[in-house]
Design a protein around this ligand. Sequence first.
Ligand SMILES: [Zn+2]
Length: 119
Amino acid sequence: MIVLTVLALSIIALIFGAQAYLMQNDTVALYLLAIGFISMGLAVYVLVQSRKRMAKMKIETPKIMTTVECRKCDTKNVREFERGDFVFKELDKCDKCDENKIITAIYKIVKEKEKPFTI
Ligand SMILES: [Zn+2]
């Protein structure tokens, strides 16, 4: 919310700058307009960056996957992790043969992250 304050202040600075300009106080007007534009640019930049970050965070919930294999006929299946899954756990019978399927791997899918954004 600091960003919104900065944005508001930059608008105020611009208004005062315009007023100073109308009163022919050029130096003050120049300073105020410069401050206004810089802080507004900064606020917009921070807003855009945090938007991007929020969007990224939503996508980046890591998924846990479980690999289920049948040792007899070499069928491999990857499904989402379920509660109670552990490596080498025996599951129900294979579709193709009578061998029990087992869990051979459990892993997390993590997408590569950008550098964390700091103000
Ligand atoms: Zn099988």
